[in-house]
Design a binder for this molecule. Structure first.
Ligand SMILES: O=C(O)CCC(=O)C(=O)O
Ligand SMILES: [Fe+2]
Length: 272
């Protein structure tokens, strides 16, 4: 079953319904090509200075370049895209809060082999979350077109209902083909992996993921975004970085001080 595509003006309710059913969906043209060009340009020096991965999973012809909130003002617009946040809110509706889990440009170079098929939620120390209990909402925005040939993400729609810890083969997967500016949404439970790049150009996407706020972030946002940068960010983005309470008792420091007061000392109270 191929990945379902919907147009950019589709409401979060409909997107959420399909995401619940298939664990993946593509929203065509949700991002402007101009915005994705800006993200690419702002991240270019960091990518150039970066290295290929050390092993098969991260990809030996693949670069993963992070800290997008600190390094790319344009990426902040993707992080806070209302359609994505509304959909994530619905997917993780029973969590007190959700936060940014990671931000990463994934550039799969020519010659890269297919990434092993996995569930992203295995990152949480392989805890066997119950089927239907989604812990994260992932986005992969296309900076280049994603094609079967250049390494479009391989997904198995509906595989959130499979047993956990399966070793699956690529012949069961579908390529999440999409045009530049489109975004693939997928849950932490879907079996998927980066595709092999058999073309002669780089396949590039912006991976921004959100998770229940009581889980540890994959990319430590407090270290990735220096305080002097954080201080200038809007409060909705600070909340996503982790400066809001993760749940009633989680995320204070010292004498029950809200984390936000570390960068805005006058701000107090639990409300955000
Ligand atoms: O780059 C992609 O297409 C997906 C990568 C991925 O699934 C991962 O790194 O966890
Ligand atoms: Fe993944």
């Amino acid at each position: 079953m191929p990945v379902e595509h919907v147009p950019a003006d589709t409401g979060a309710d409909k997107i959420h319904e399909i995401l619940r059913r298939d664990a993946c969906i593509i929203i065509d043209g949700l991002g402007s090509t101009e915005l994705l060009d800006r993200v690419e340009a702002e991240m270019a020096p960091h990518e150039q200075a970066n290295h290929f991965g050390p092993e098969e999973f991260t990809g030996v012809c693949t670069k993963r370049t992070g800290a997008l909130v600190a390094r790319s003002p344009a990426a902040r617009e993707l992080v806070m895209h209302p359609t994505i946040l509304d959909t994530t809110k619905q997917l993780l509706h029973d969590a007190a809060n959700f936060h940014l889990h990671l931000t990463q440009i994934i550039s799969i170079g020519p010659g890269e082999t297919a990434q092993p098929i996995h569930r992203d939620q295995w990152a949480f120390d392989f805890f066997p979350f119950p089927t239907g209990y989604e812990v994260q909402c992932n986005t992969l925005w296309a900076i280049t077109d994603f094609t079967d040939e250049n390494g479009a993400t391989r997904v198995i729609p509906g595989s959130h209902e499979f047993e956990d810890k399966l070793r699956l083969d690529h012949d069961q997967t579908e390529p999440a083909e999409m045009e530049k500016g489109s975004v693939l949404l997928y849950t932490g439970a879907i079996y998927h992996g980066g595709g092999a790049n058999r073309s002669d150009a780089v396949r590039k996407g912006v991976n921004i993921t959100y998770a229940r706020a009581w889980l540890t972030q994959e990319e430590n946002q407090f270290l990735a975004v220096p305080h002097e940068v954080a201080r200038e960010l809007p409060k909705e983005l600070l909340a996503l970085l982790g400066y809001a309470p993760a749940a009633y008792a989680l995320n204070y420091y010292r004498d029950l001080e809200p984390a936000i007061t570390a960068i805005h000392p006058r701000r107090s109270g639990r409300g955000f």
